[in-house]
Design a protein around this ligand. Sequence first.
Ligand code: UD1
Ligand code: CA
Length: 468
Amino acid sequence: MKDTTGVLILAAGKGTRMSSPRPKALQTLLGDTMLALVLEEAAKLPGLAGIWTLVGHQADLVRAEAERAAAALPEPAPQTFCIEQKQQLGTGHALMTALPEMTAHADFDRLLVLNVDVPLIPAQLLSRFLREEKESDLAFLSLSLSDPGAYGRVVRDAGGRVRAIVEAKDYDPALYGSCPNEINAGIYLIRRKTAETLLPLLSNNNRSGEYYITDLIGLAVERTLDVRATPVSSEDGGKALLGVNTPLELADAEALLRQRRVRELLEAGVVLHSPESIRVSPLARVEAGAELAGPCEISGRSLIRCGTVIESHCVIRNAVIGENCRVRSFCHIEDAAVEARCQVGPYARLRPGAVLEEDAHMGNFVEMKKARLGKGSKANHLTYLGDADIGPGVNIGAGTITCNYDGVHKHRTVIGGGSFIGSNTALVAPVELGKNTLVGAGSVITRNVEDGELAVARSRQVNLPRKK
Ligand code: UD1
Ligand code: CA
């Protein structure tokens, strides 16, 4: 067997305490789901045989997000899989369900189990845990809290050796002594053989009637295996182990993550105005020399290049904004690309598939979808460009609309370089305009226009004497 690690992300639970119809794994922090955040950090670990996500409650939704997030991982990415836990009978049952499927797919000798609802865990902490606990049979991260709340408690013997993890609701001081402040963070490294030996011994004889993964600790101790709690000190990232079970914990975790990202950006040389209202997901990258003003939200696989200024009140998701652009206030940019030196907004909307080539200008109340605005072209006012291919040096007049939808199908509009589209023009797709065309204002263009032609498609003005 190879010396590799299989990662299992437990994401099958319902998240009852969140009181939301949305599965807990899909709750978001800074615009990205807990599942995407945990997957992102896990994928950075060295020597992985694969990452498996266990889905169950609303399995289709969670699987779709796992697949979407896995496809967006930066290369080289580990293999990723989903496994379904049809009934959610507890975290121990989760592992019983997953392990045989995992071992059928890949060869690994250690299993790293992550709870999807511990979303702030950084890869550095995980990789240190993997390194330090390489030789133990079963290890888990622990943390001392002044208020240990509903977390599982770490019970140690007089000599300080770990005896068991006991869930808060099952804790009986008569059996275990006064309740300790050391808690289980929900992150485990288990030798595969140990898991295979101990899992069949789990029972659901507890307050919840569930199979607890945490009972493996007591079982391993009884068999004198090498069991270790790895304490993480608070300043060392205790906050990174926060569990998210309620809306309050989600808000706390999001606030911590936001501050962490703001600090990272400032330290990396990004200028931030009103940093207290800037929200940048861990998945998004902002280069040194970029400038952001809050409030704003930048999430998904976004990249903001050097020299670019993002003014306040912008929402940017899965979008690349090239060097030396200015995105003015109140822009909404999603699944789109803006090349170098563009001017965007205020109040512009780039929907999926929108591309602004270098030096293009897109002004107020302009919307683009699956459309390309060529190098140096301008669409400055009140315009909709959908399913359109617009060449370089084109001027799109105010109020231009590509009529791309006939009620059943979408059609394309093509406009050649150097063209000038007069204001309030409707371009009824499919339609092609050649290079250097000129369209009179107020036209409804339904037929193709050849290179260099002038097209006027409106009724001629009639001036009559005014009736008294
Ligand atoms: C769990 C631990 C607790 C620890 C805490 C840390 C157990 C029994 N307790 O408690 O010791 O302090 O995490 O945050 O493990 N899940 C499944 N399938 C199931 C049940 C749960 O995939 O059948 C998943 C959930 O989606 C969640 C994770 O397992 O991501 C943990 O479950 P949860 O119910 O949140 O456990 P806690 O009560 O928080
Ligand atoms: Ca939890």
